[in-house]
Ligand binder design. Structure first.
Ligand code: BG6
Length: 477
């Protein structure tokens, strides 16, 4: 049986400005959050700890995001390589601080706008549809330092100005948009999505949910405005999705993981897709002493600004139980839980679970009945260049093949799946660790954690394999 992906299925790849553009100060760009995050494993510790200072300290750290993979100057070569693979869609983000360097200006920066014109025009040459994330972990630094990030209601207004500028400018060039990347990751690591580190563990939930409320309003306004300015636009939410399995059949554990899944996977989706806070929010807020400041009109705006489709990232599932010891906890999975004895893991400890993707697709479709797009998925791995110059990344091909098979199963289950953009289609800087060595790409970039490398691009074995996947609309795996 064929996989039955629909005609016009959006095959492609995904990136984010801060992880691959470089061009730190070019075209009048202002600094953003990613520019102050150091490279290396210490990044994750800093992200998780309260009191991050948002300063650049070159003597102590290095900052790979400053250079990225220099897409800023090499975009023509990179887009030609995407076209060679047959991409129908390319996911990228706009760096807010290229358009509004501080974030609170009233006039957009022309050089920043012109940069993305060049990118979209280049994509159009090859009929590659851009899929643009409006906010991908790159809040302008000034908004963080002066306003305290998304805790501050003022960011709704600044964001509104930013989306108006980009919708207006790119109305004839971009049809597919996503508002906030992995919006539900915010309660977990507020620093990345919300642009502040909580004052203390005790206030983390209160601060994060307030920040999230501001993003819900901002996202709903963006959807409404997008539909007005670009009538044919399709605007989606973007969730970090991980099915949550009960460790065993103990009903106590089953109930526990059900609530955890509701909170992590569905809370934000319910607001952005259904236009209202979920039924379980009231009790959860009361029990955790969360008191939201909701202004008059917010809930109506949220109701009016529901998304057209749901996009999500899928890397791993989570297995959990109510009472667990430190030894039982999984080592690498960023989203927590206990080790699943049935799954193996990547070199970074992320558990590999292709069937979990079919489960995710079914769960999301059962709940919302809206078109789904997988906008991130992939294997971060160490790659090696062979003596003959080739890169034999069969482990990556195996990972992707098994996930695409499960996508095919979900389509046959009846899920409306419209696209697939594996993460880091070209090697780039890792978000959680700031490493170059955690590679996801079909295209190898000669750049290394110690700063060395020529930035030369090379096709990996997976490049040719993915080309054939796209050519056959997912039937030749
Ligand atoms: C997602 C992010 O969480 O995972 C990306 O949206 C990120 O920005 C990707 O790069 C993979 O994570 P990492 O830490 O391996 O780069």
């Amino acid at each position: 049986m064929t996989n039955q992906f629909k005609d016009g299925f959006l095959w492609g790849g995904a990136t984010a400005a801060n992880q691959f553009e470089g061009g730190l100060n070019e075209g009048g760009k202002g600094l953003n959050l990613a520019d102050v995050l150091p490279g290396g494993k210490e990044r994750l510790k800093l992200l998780a700890s309260p009191g991050f200072d948002f300063e650049i300290d070159q003597a102590k750290y290095h900052y790979p995001n400053h250079e990225g993979i220099d897409f800023y100057h090499r975009y023509k070569e990179d887009i030609a390589l995407f076209a060679e693979m047959g991409f129908k869609v390319f996911r990228l983000s706009i760096a807010w601080s290229r358009i509004f360097p501080n974030g609170d200006e009233t006039e957009a920066n022309e050089a920043g706008l012109a940069f993305y014109d060049r990118i979209f025009d280049e994509l159009a040459k090859y009929n590659i549809e851009p899929l643009v994330t409006i906010a991908h972990y790159e809040t302008p630094l000034h908004l963080i330092k002066e306003y305290g990030g998304w805790k501050n209601r003022k960011l709704v207004e600044f964001f509104d100005r930013y989306v108006e500028a980009i919708f207006t400018r790119y109305q004839d060039k971009v049809k597919y948009w996503l508002t906030f990347n992995e919006i539900n990751g915010a309660t977990h690591l507020p620093l990345l999505g919300l642009g502040f580190s909580p004052e203390s563990e005790a206030t983390r939930l209160q601060e994060s949910f307030q920040g999230l409320h501001h993003q819900f309003v901002a996202s709903a306004r963006a959807v409404k405005k997008g539909h007005e300015i670009i009538p044919e636009s399709q605007i989606g939410c973007m969730l970090l999705y991980a099915p949550v399995y009960a460790f065993d059949a103990n009903p106590e554990n089953v109930m526990y993981v059900r609530r955890e899944a509701d909170l992590f996977n569905f809370f934000c989706g319910d607001v952005q897709v259904r236009g209202e806070y979920p039924y379980f929010a009231k009790r959860y807020f009361e029990e955790n002493n969360i008191k939201l400041k909701i202004e008059a009109g917010d809930l109506e705006e949220i109701k009016q600004g529901t998304v057209d489709f749901i996009s999500f990232s899928y890397y791993m599932s989570r297995t959990d139980k109510k009472h667990k010891t430190a030894e039982e906890m999984g080592q690498g999975n960023l989203i927590g839980g206990v080790k699943n004895p049935f799954l193996s893991a990547s070199d970074w400890g992320w558990e590999i679970d292709p069937i979990g993707l079919r489960i995710a697709l079914n769960e999301l479709y059962a709940r919302y009945q809206k078109p789904l797009m997988i906008v991130e998925n992939g294997l971060g791995a160490y790659d090696q260049i062979e003596a003959d110059g080739s890169i034999q990344d069969d482990y990556r091909i195996d990972y992707l093949r098994e996930h695409i098979k499960q996508m095919g199963e979900a389509v046959q289950d009846g899920v409306d799946l419209i696209g697939y953009t594996p993460w880091g289609c070209i090697d780039l800087v890792s978000a959680s660790t700031g490493e170059y060595s955690k590679r996801y790409g079909f295209i190898y970039v000669d750049k290394h954690d110690d700063g060395s490398g020529t930035m030369e691009r090379m096709r990996k074995k997976s490049f040719y394999w993915y080309k054939q996947v796209i050519e056959s609309n997912g039937n030749e795996l």
